[in-house]
Design a protein around this ligand. Sequence first.
Ligand code: APR
Ligand code: PHB
Length: 394
Amino acid sequence: MARFETQVGIVGAGPAGLMLSHLLHLKGIHSIVLEAKSRAYCEERVRAGVLEHTSVQMLREAGVGERLEREGLRHEGIELGLHGVRHRIPFVELTGKWVTVYGQQEVVKDLIAQRLADGGDVRFECGEVSLEGITTERPRILVNREGHIDEICCEYIAGCDGFHGICRGVFPEGALSIFERSYPFAWLGILAEAAPSREELVYMHHPRGFALYSMRSPRITRLYLQCAPDEDIAQWSDDRIWSELQTRLSCADGWGPTEGRVLQKGVTGMRSFVAEPLQFGRLFLAGDAAHIVPPTGAKGMNLAFADVHHLAEALGAFYGDGNGDKLESYSETCLRRIWKAQRFSWWMTSLLHRFENEPPFDRKRQLAELEYVMTSRAAATSLAENYVGLPLEA
Ligand code: APR
Ligand code: PHB
């Protein structure tokens, strides 16, 4: 058994774990990151792609925003579509802010490169992780790699291991309250080698189901179709996907998505989930380990960054001048933002999707709500304010 010492043991090298490790490094706090998958897997997994302006600012201030600034696409609005007509929500005009389209895996690549350049300790394909003594002053992470066990002695542990990670399960019976909602649909997503034919994202309401037109770069588009939660991707040839995308996205003005080679396809589930509180003893949860939002509001990665910002600030205050107040209030601080993002993600999802066997009243109400957002400056401002991201608490 090999023994290692660190101030903060971090489980998971997604956006949350990597950013936390980097922010701690900037404050002179040592961490070890333990990641089950390979570096290539983490860097290549295609996930979300919209960064709130606060996330961009955070990455820039932390010195990891250089490529993001060069390659990220500045989006000053989105378009909502109804009855084949698009209506723009002008973020900058309504809020003075914008969002940046930059793939999550690009953020992950930049963070890994920075951690390694700074001599950070990031252990990929680490083996099986378990936690011990989270209510003691010396919690430990045990890492079992084919029978060889490493013991990481920590002062604090951050569970940044995503929704399917092990850290949330370490909370004792009854310590967590779970708030959850599942949706009767999923998204079938593709990544296509096609130059975007629109400058901004198009969120389209359609009688056959929601469709989203998004992008990653000047050569790559990302598109989604609402589908069944148990949709069999094998039933979807590239031709069938494009045909359905054309049907749902084509507009009265003649616009439709440009087609190209399909580079990747998959089905993404939809759920809303919060586990409260985010702390037990010396274990703190951050990112998807504690909460999941449906992707319609583009909030997942941004919430993860907000959590680790607060956690790094709290650990910084504790190690800086021994003040544990922010650690004490970490969960409460994060949950205020998490619930607002939950509300917004649920609202965007409800606004735009087709609900099978929905009472006719609700269908009419949904259409009225969309028309309201498209015609009222007050309603559009509320959407814009949430989409670009609510301010971080001081
Ligand atoms: N041991 C070590 N690592 C683990 C374990 C484990 N038992 N379980 C999971 N992991 C790793 C995963 O392999 C993954 O790399 O933890 C990491 C968690 O990363 P993410 O799932 O990306 O979660 P997070 O960093 O919170 O980022 C949230 O991810 O799902 C998207 O939309 C979501 O954009 C949001 C972002
Ligand atoms: C994406 O580009 O993957 C994307 C964009 C906006 C969303 C969800 C996903 O709301």
